[in-house]
Design a protein. Sequence first.
Lengths: 293, 283
Amino acid sequence: MKRAGFTTISLPVLLLLPQLVIIAVFFYWPTVVAIHSSFYLQDPFGFGSTFVGLENYADLLSSREYRKIAWFTVVFSGLVTFFSLAIALVLAVKADKVLRGAKTYRTLLMWVYAVAPPVAGFIAVIMFNQSWGPLTEFFGLFGHRFMVGVNFNDTAFSMVLASVWKQVPVNFIFFLSGLQSIPRSVREAALIDNRSASGRFWDVTFPLLAPTGFFLLIINITYSLFDTFGIVDTVVKGEPGNNPMTLVYKVYVDGFRGNDLGGSSAQSVILMVLVLALTIFQFRLIERRIHYT
Amino acid sequence: MRKPKLSTLIDHAVLIAGSLFMMLPLLMVLQMTTIPDTEIIRTGPSLTIGDQFDDNFTKAMFEASGFSGENTGLSMLKNSMILGMGFAVGKIVIGMMAAYAIVYFRLRFATLAFWLIFTTLLLPLEVRILPSYEVVQWLGMLNTYQGLIIPLIASATATFFFRQFFRSVPEELVEAARIDGAGPVKFFIDILVPLSQTMIAAMFIIMFVYGWNQYLWPTMITTDEDMYTLVRGIKQIVQVLEGAVVPEFGRSNVLALVAVIPPVLVVVFFQSWFVKGLTESDK
C-alpha cells in the first residue's frame, strides 16, 4: 500500500468486486465442492450420495492402477523436466555467446512457446504414424518397430518427446534472460581468473544461474503435471486403454467418463495438496533468489 | 578476414541443431498441407512441395466437418479469436482494477482481499475441473462465450503482475496528483493507465496466447460444434483421422497450422514485450 494512498472506501471495494465475485464463484466454490464430494460416494445416476469418510482416499491408495499411474507421472515429469531444462540450458549458453545471427536463433528457438499442447500432440501422432511417420521410419533403421498407441513405452516416449519440444522455449527464454543479467564485471573477472571456458561455466555461470534453475524446476514440474494434459489426450486419442496417462488425465477420465465423482474428487484433492506443497516450496525459493541477485 | 575459431563453429552447430529440432515439425506440417490426401496415405510427408494448398485450405476453412456441419475452420478461428481476446482483455481489466484498489487505497479490507486473490495462484483449474464444470452448468453457461471465458479469468496472475508494477511507480506521482486536485478515478485513467502501457502490452501478449491455447476447459464446456475453438477441435481431427477410409490429412494439417499461426506471429513480432512480460510476471 502506498503511504499517500486515497482514503475513499466505496471506490476500491467497487474495483475489487468483479475479481472477488469471479474467484468466489469459479474458484472457492468449486474447490469446496471438490473437497466435500471427496468424502461422499455418489450414486452414478445422480440420486443422492452417502457419506463414506476417507474411503475414497483409501480405495485410491490401495488401487494398483492408481499407484501405477502415479509412478508413471513421477517418471514422466522427471524425464520432461530434466530434458527440457538441459537442452534449454545448452542452447541458452550458446545463444548468449554467439554474435552473428543471435536474434535469428532466439526467434527460431522461442516461437514454439506459442504452440498449444494438443497441437504438439497432434504433430507427434503424425510423426509416429504407423506406416510412414518420419520418426517411425527413423527408429525402423535401428530395427525397432515403433507403435504409438499400442506399445506402452513407445507411447510414453512420444509423449515425453512432444512435451519436451513444447517446453524447451520457456526454459530457454528464462535461462537466456538469467545469463544476460550476469554483470559484465563478473564475466570479465572470470575471464582473467579462469582460462578454460568449461571451467568458467561450472565455477561462475552455473552457480549464478542456479536461482533461475530452481525456479524453472518448479515451473517445469507443474507443467509436466498439468499442462501436458492436451498432449496426453491427443496422443492416446481419448482412448486411454492400456496407454500411459498422467494423474490429471486420470481425474478427467474417472470424473467425466467413469462418472466416479467421489473418486475423481479425492484425486483432485490429492493433486491440490501436491500443488500446494510445490507452490510453498517455490515461494521459499523465490525469497532465496532475491538474496542471490 | 580472420578465420573463425573452432569453438565458434561448434556454438553455431549446436544452435542450428536446436533450431532444426524446433522447426522441422512445423515444416513437416507445412509440407503436408500442399499435397493431396491420397499421396499422404501412400508415402507420408516428403521433401517435395505440392500444389494442393488451395484445395486443402478451402476444404479446411469453408467446408464443414463433424456431425452438425457447423464447425468449419473459419468458425473455429472466430471462436479462438473471441476466447484469446476476451480472456486477455478480461484478465487485464479486472486485474488492473483489483491491483489499483490494493496498492493505492488505505483500506483494511484490502489485505484480506489480497490474500483471497493470492490463494487462487495455488490451485490450477485442472485440479478442480469437475466441480467447476458443475457450477457453469448450474449457471446455464455451457456452450456460451461467458462460460468459456469467465471461469478462466478466476486466477490472479494479472493482478499480481500489475500490483508488482504499481508498487514500483514513484510515490511522488500520487502526491503530486493529489495536490493538483486529481481524484482517484482521474489519477487512474489519466496517469496510471498511460504509464502502464508497456506492461499492458506485455500482459496482453502472454494472456492472448494462454487463452488461445486453452484446451481442457473448452473441451469440457463446449459440446456444440459451432462453439469449438481450433485447439479444442484438434482432438476431433485426430479421432477423425483414425476412423476414416481416406483420412483427411490435408484438412487436418491446415487446421493445425491455422491454430498455430496467430499466437506464433504475436510472440515473434512482439518478442521483446513478450519476453519482458514472461520473465517479469513470474517473479
